[in-house]
Design a protein around this ligand. Sequence first.
Ligand SMILES: CC(C)(COP(=O)(O)OP(=O)(O)OC[C@H]1O[C@@H](n2cnc3c(N)ncnc32)[C@H](O)[C@@H]1OP(=O)(O)O)[C@@H](O)C(=O)NCCC(=O)NCCS
Length: 431
Amino acid sequence: MLTDTGHYTIRPGRASDVDDLARLQAAVQLQAVTGGAPHAGIAAWVEDLLDGHPTVTPDDFLVAEDTATGRPAASLVALRQEWDLAGVRLPVVQVELVGTTPQHRGNRLTERLFAALHQRCDEGGVLVQMIEGIPYFYRRLGYEYALANDGAPSVPATALAAGEGHASVRPAAVTDAEALAKIDLRLTEGTALTCPRDAATWRYEIAGRRPGDLARREVAVLDDGTGVRGYLVHSARLSGAGELVVFAAGCADPGDWPAAARAMLGYAGGRHAAAGEFTGLRLLLDPEHPLARFGPPGVPARQRGWYVRIGDPAGLLGHLLPVLRERWQAAGLRWPEPALTIDLYGRAARLEFTAGELTAVRAVPGVVSPATDPAVHAAVPPGALPQLALGHRTVAQVLDTWPDFLLRDRLTEQFLTAAFPRVPVRVWPRN
Ligand SMILES: CC(C)(COP(=O)(O)OP(=O)(O)OC[C@H]1O[C@@H](n2cnc3c(N)ncnc32)[C@H](O)[C@@H]1OP(=O)(O)O)[C@@H](O)C(=O)NCCC(=O)NCCS
């Protein structure tokens, strides 16, 4: 892929870009934290992504090259990963390190990079793109807030001071990687959206990154002597507010959680209890996460959102076909017609049924007036589709919020309600 736009060429990254891209990104990201100095943690992260990362290749970067100098003027990276939704693997790209050097701003380079990224994702069957970024900015590029993140209460250091016993928690070693990957597989059996890591990726998280890499985390394992039963992933350093940030926690056996939560929180607090600047634990987890539920009461945090883009809604619904079929079976529902048509105001998805069971999903053109067309069962504004498909909002919530979300009858409402329940987000994205 190579797009020439006059002054700039949009091209894939190369291994030889490493110094330029590390310098570029270090100079533009998190400048409020550094006071305008290059961010060494960002530079180390870029270096890690371009050298030695288990899943990222230089080609995953997209670069806007200044044709006059041959140097990068802007770049982003598309971090490929697979998430798990109710047993179905979902190809996802997380977009990170979006930045333009100040002298090249005003040329819509982000817009051009995203156009190339979306073309690449749509052609490559990457159904979901997500990004955590500048509020509102990515809406302009076709994104919608459709995944909740965060929201669990923060635990103040004083609530941890009781010094719970945490002998069963220790720092992870690379030899724990297989056990950690097995726990991730167990977690895919639950109802949450997850991002399972294989053993190679766990090894990388534990010992593969450069020490200064901003994305480096510390992994601890719950090991009661019988083997590794759970894990806790936290920041390598305290935040500016003195908090240790928890990114993920899991237990192979949900029955372990009451004791595991005490042990993990005690361990995390204990590691920093002596440091004067330690103020508490910031749990970047959903409010229903067992670590939050079985931990001490904390300071409520507002749930935040990740942006999502779905380039091919019918493709996503087709990919989720086994999940939809299972949910309707579990609810005892059989669709009485040959098809259920979901119109997305411009395009549509035709869900086809045999003897009441979903057998195929096809992309079809939308109709001119889905609100009144008798062949349409549901009219869904494009921004609402990812919310429903990823379990961010229920049908009732979307009906409440979007007047142009229209359902033909009660049966359609019942079907879509069963198809799209709320799904907790337990995703620690791969970066
Ligand atoms: C955000 C950034 C990548 C945009 O650079 P760019 O693509 O060259 O953008 P442009 O300067 O051409 O601006 C395009 C539009 O985005 C808007 N915009 C630019 N930066 C913005 C910001 N930080 N917040 C909100 N809007 C922004 C511009 O006002 C312009 O809007 P307009 O269409 O109404 O004129 C660049 O400012 C940057 O590198 N910032 C520092 C790093 C950063 O914050 N990255 C994003 C992390 S999620």
